[in-house]
Design a protein around this ligand. Structure first.
Ligand SMILES: [Zn+2]
Length: 133
């Protein structure tokens, strides 16, 4: 009876160990995906669905995206420390400027009034729709 109990306990411990190992493997895989595949490396800017420009996230820059009649509509795209955000915009709702900085593959900032879409993507998959989970 006593012996049986010990065997069971050891069995249970092995099971727990196995689960921990499996969890670690899963976590490592997820971390790998997150670190090496999760981040995009360029931002693609489109205006009314037309490609406006592609900018590397690894280089700080400020880009004034002029749209509309006489280019009077402005969205100032800023890339800083690997993240992209709209610093200022002349659109009435200001939603794009209020959006947090984006840097993960598939993330985007949309300015509906100006038809401006800024999307993080990778240079390799550019042009193909990315599946975002
Ligand atoms: Zn806007």
């Amino acid at each position: 009876m006593m012996k049986q109990k010990n065997v069971n306990k050891r069995h249970l411990r092995n099971d727990i160990l196995l689960i921990i190992v499996l969890l670690l493997v899963a976590a490592t895989g997820a971390a790998y995906l997150f670190l090496f595949r999760g981040f995009g490396d360029v931002v693609k800017v489109t205006v009314d669905g037309e490609l406006y420009g592609v900018y590397s996230l690894s280089q700080d820059r400020t880009e004034d995206i002029s749209t509309g009649e006489d280019g009077r509509q402005l969205n100032r795209l800023v890339i800083r420390e690997g993240k992209a955000f709209i610093q200022t915009a002349t659109c009435p709702d200001g939603i794009c400027a209020a959006h947090r900085a984006i840097f993960r593959n598939g993330e985007s900032i949309v300015c509906l009034p100006h038809g401006v879409v800024v999307t993080v993507t990778t240079a390799q998959t550019q042009g193909e729709p990315d599946v975002v989970v």
